[in-house]
Design a protein around this ligand. Structure first.
Ligand code: ADP
Ligand code: MG
Length: 237
C-alpha cells in the first residue's frame, strides 16, 4: 500500500473515494482482449498515461468516476477502452437495440475526435460507432442511428433532437460519459445533459471528465454519479 501511494504520487495522481482500485502500470495489467491489445499497439501507445493508469482499473471495476486532468492527458482512451470491454461483456448483445455506450462532448470537433478514437478500438470487435452532432444532415443521422450502433458520440443538443425523432432508444444504454463537463456547462448545455441523463437507466455506470470543477459541475456530479472515485492528475481542478 505504501508502494501504491508512492507510485500515485510520482505520477501526480490524487484519489478520493472508498475502496479505490489499485493503479496499473502497463496495458497488460488491464486484462484487455488480444484484439484490443493489438489495436492499442497499432496506436503505438507504449504505456498508459497517468490518468489512464488510475482511471482504467476504476472504470473496469464498474465504478463511477470523476476524472480531472488537463487537455492532452489521454482521457479519451481512459473512457473508450473500458467502454469496449463493457460492451463485450453484455450478454445477448444482438437481442436489443440502441447504444450501450453514450458519450456527450461539448462541440462537434471534440465529438468527431472522440468518434475517430472510438472507431480505432471498436472495429476489432465489430462494435459500431455513430457520431451525432450539428452540421450534418438530420435525416442522414436519423438513418444511420436507425441502422443501429453500440456507441454513440454526441453533442447534447443534437442527441436530444435525435431522441425526440425516435432515431434511437436509450433502453440498452448502461455506460454514460460526460466529457469536458465544464465546457458543456459553459456552452449552456446543462438542461440538455440533465434531460439525457434522465433518459438513461439509473443503474448505469457514469463517468464525468473535466479540466476544472466549478460548483455547478460539482452539483451535477453529486446528483448523477453513484459513489464515484475522484481522480485528479496534476495541478488542476
Ligand atoms: P485529453 O482528452 O485528455 O485532452 P486525448 O485523449 O485527446 O487527451 O489524448 C491526447 C493525445 O495523446 C492523443 O493524440 C492520443 O492519441 C494520445 N494518447 C492517448 N493515450 C496515450 C498513451 N497511452 N500513449 C501515448 N499517447 C497517447
Ligand atoms: Mg478530451
Amino acid at each position: 500500500e505504501q508502494d501504491v501511494a508512492e507510485y500515485r504520487k510520482s505520477l501526480g495522481i490524487r484519489v478520493t473515494g472508498f475502496d479505490v482500485p489499485r493503479l496499473i502500470k502497463t496495458f497488460e495489467d488491464a486484462g484487455f482482449s488480444v484484439e484490443l491489445m493489438k489495436a492499442i499497439a497499432k496506436q503505438a501507445y507504449e504505456k498508459p498515461t497517468a490518468i489512464q493508469c488510475q482511471a482504467l482499473p476504476i472504470v473496469l471495476s464498474g465504478r463511477d468516476i470523476i476524472g480531472i486532468a488537463k487537455t492532452g492527458s489521454g482521457k479519451t482512451a481512459a473512457f473508450v477502452l473500458p467502454m469496449i470491454v463493457h460492451i463485450m461483456d453484455q450478454p445477448e448483445l444482438e437481442k436489443e437495440e440502441g447504444p450501450i455506450g453514450v458519450i456527450c462532448a461539448p462541440t462537434r470537433e471534440l465529438a468527431h475526435q472522440i468518434y475517430l478514437e472510438a472507431k480505432k478500438f471498436a472495429k476489432c470487435h465489430t462494435i459500431r460507432v455513430s457520431a451525432v452532432y450539428g452540421g450534418m444532415s438530420k435525416l442522414d443521422q436519423f438513418k444511420e442511428l436507425k441502422a443501429g450502433c453500440e456507441i454513440v458520440v454526441a453533442t447534447p443538443g443534437r442527441l436530444i433532437d435525435m431522441l425526440k425523432m425516435k432515431a434511437l432508444t436509450m433502453s440498452r444504454a448502461t455506460y454514460l460519459v460526460l466529457d469536458e463537463a465544464d465546457r458543456m456547462f459553459d456552452l449552456g448545455f446543462e438542461p440538455q445533459i440533465r434531460s439525457i441523463v434522465g433518459q438513461i437507466r439509473p443503474d448505469r455506470q457514469t463517468l464525468l471528465f473535466s479540466a476544472t470543477m466549478p460548483r455547478k459541475v460539482e452539483k451535477l456530479a453529486r446528483e448523477v454519479l453513484t459513489d464515484p472515485v475522484r481522480v485528479t492528475v496534476g495541478e488542476v481542478g
